[in-house]
Ligand binder design. Structure first.
Ligand code: DC
Length: 227
């Protein structure tokens, strides 16, 4: 089995990269952020303050979150409902970031992630994959880029979709999420000691993929595995 961890801040391009690698290697791609987004969505729909750790923790008994793979593509189910599209809004992203700093939420989602990692060859993306979920991963990549580069990509993406947004608004939201995700006490988004840091501020998607494949090839060789 092959296990690849991709961590890093929001907007670095983890999911595009991990998807492309999964395709090349024929392994399952798991987007763990979707799990936190599903919990965030439940809390949003319940009209609960996502920073109120006790109330959020008290709701966990009412929540079921499942990942299913349809033709190799991940779908996420919240209490039996497919919410794969609904979790992609900026409001849900903010709720996800808030609930992800609550210890009980992280524990609640741990087994789902570890069970997948234990049973299949995977490339998993998130914030604590190399440090907590798959500390034994064959290859760990910490994908990062400057906040300016990440905000500009997100801005261009949204403008292309016809959204009316300002760069400044996106940049400040990005900085806020970075501080939240990397500054939190539990499982902060920091590179594992044995992760390879890949800064793609000045790379295209193709260049990022080529650099990552190089890292993966040498990591797998070192682990005595081949692709
Ligand atoms: O990758 P994303 O933007 O979909 O993640 C949503 C939020 O979930 C993000 O703000 C941080 C959190 N998260 C986390 O704490 N640990 C993970 N493994 C994945 C995501």
């Amino acid at each position: 089995m092959i296990k690849i961890a991709v961590d890093g801040p929001s907007g670095a391009g983890k999911s595009s990269l991990a998807k492309a690698i999964a395709k090349q290697l024929g392994v399952v791609y798991v987007d763990t952020g979707a799990l936190y987004r599903a919990v965030g969505l439940y809390i949003l729909r319940s009209d609960i303050d996502p920073t109120d750790a006790d109330t959020v923790t008290g709701q966990l008994n009412n929540i079921t979150v499942e990942l299913k793979f349809v033709d190799g593509v991940q779908r996420i189910y919240l209490c039996g409902e497919d919410v794969s599209e609904e979790i992609r809004t900026p409001t849900v992203a903010k709720y996800a970031s808030d609930v992800s700093s609550i210890g009980a939420v992280r524990t609640f989602l741990l087994d789902t992630q570890r069970n997948i990692a234990a049973t299949t060859s995977v490339i998993m993306d998130g914030r604590d994959i190399g440090t907590v979920i798959m500390p034994d991963a064959d290859v760990k990549i910490f994908l990062t880029a400057s906040a300016e580069a990440r905000a500009l990509r997100r801005y261009n993406e949204l403008v292309k979709k016809g959204a009316s947004v300002s760069y400044d608004e996106i940049f400040s939201g990005m900085q806020q999420r970075d501080a939240n995700d990397s500054g939190r006490a539990i499982a902060p988004a920091v590179p594992a000691e044995d992760a390879v840091i890949l800064d793609n501020s000045n790379y295209s998607e193709e260049e990022t993929l080529a650099a990552a494949m190089k890292i993966i090839k040498s990591g797998l060789e070192a682990a005595g595995k081949s692709i």
